[in-house]
Write a protein that binds this ligand. Structure first.
Ligand SMILES: [Zn+2]
Ligand SMILES: [Zn+2]
Length: 273
């Protein structure tokens, strides 16, 4: 078993040290975990500078601590980040990825915000969809996701249908007409850039009660030639490492996939499932 999406206390919203996570993975019989710590960009209003959370010294410390933790466990520990893409931070995202290109094992792309409104927090999502309506809200979200995937910077892309988290009905909506066309364009872009698609077990504990993405979307991804799949729990504490990863793998099989991928120094390797 593997888990390629989890957060330790290096992330601002998670608890438990790297080693505590490794120990729990060991107890749960998980052979390999990849930490995907949040990496968020905040460009200044004048557009001249950009700060990140964590800061670069903190990122460097994370990489050192991970190497130390790896010596104390038989579990394979991989160093990753979940990079929250914002188009207005594009230049700084590119710079940081270039600087750390050989330091990280895995770069997971994601979009949590559109125009500074958080799709993945309840208040932000309510305001966002309240102001734009579900249709336009989904279209605007896709536009940012499309820009993120087009950069070709990421090894895999996280929770592609996150906009159903606080609006489960959006899951149905996105398979209709124009929205489906836009999603197909994103899937084509994933395939063309060699970017993977993540199956994220977090949706199974959130309101939609289905993984991100849904089985329908996963089947569509396969039809459109998305070859690389990664799986992760999106756990934010040690006790839930590996949660629902087995369900994600079942879903992958159901959609016709026969392999999932792991990464070392950004080089992917397929494993049969
Ligand atoms: Zn996320
Ligand atoms: Zn996450």
């Amino acid at each position: 078993m593997i888990d390629y999406h989890l957060h330790s206390n290096v992330s601002h919203d998670a608890v438990g040290s790297l080693l505590e996570h490794a120990r729990q993975a060991e107890r749960a019989g998980i052979s390999e975990i990849c930490f995907t710590e949040h990496l968020d960009f905040y460009p200044s209003e004048d557009g001249l500078s950009c700060r990140t959370i964590p800061t670069q010294p903190e990122l460097d410390r994370y990489l050192v601590e991970l190497r130390q933790a790896a010596k104390q466990t038989p579990v394979v520990l991989r160093a990753g980040v979940e990079l929250d893409y914002k188009p207005e931070a594009g230049r700084w995202v590119q710079e940081l990825v270039d600087r750390y290109s050989t330091s990280f094992d895995f770069l997971l792309g994601s979009v949590h915000n559109v125009d500074s409104l958080g799709i993945s927090d309840r208040d932000g999502a309510m305001r966002y969809f309240g102001e734009r309506g579900p249709w336009q809200g989904c279209l605007d979200y896709y536009e940012v996701v499309e820009k993120a995937v087009a950069t070709g910077l990421f090894d895999s892309f996280a929770h592609l249908d996150l906009m159903k988290r606080f609006r489960p009905e959006n899951g149905e909506l996105m398979m209709q007409r124009e929205l489906r066309d836009r999603m197909e364009a994103i899937l084509d872009l994933l395939a063309a850039t060699g970017t993977g698609l993540e199956i994220n077990g977090g949706g199974l504990i959130h309101d939609p009660r289905e993984a991100y993405p849904s089985l329908g979307l996963l089947r569509l991804a396969r039809e459109r030639g998305v070859a690389i799949l990664t799986v992760g729990s999106d756990s934010h504490r040690p006790e839930t490492v590996g949660r629902h990863v087995a369900d994600c793998i079942s879903l992958a099989r159901e959609a016709g996939y026969g392999r999932v991928w792991t990464f070392e120094k950004r080089v992917g390797r397929a494993e049969a499932i």
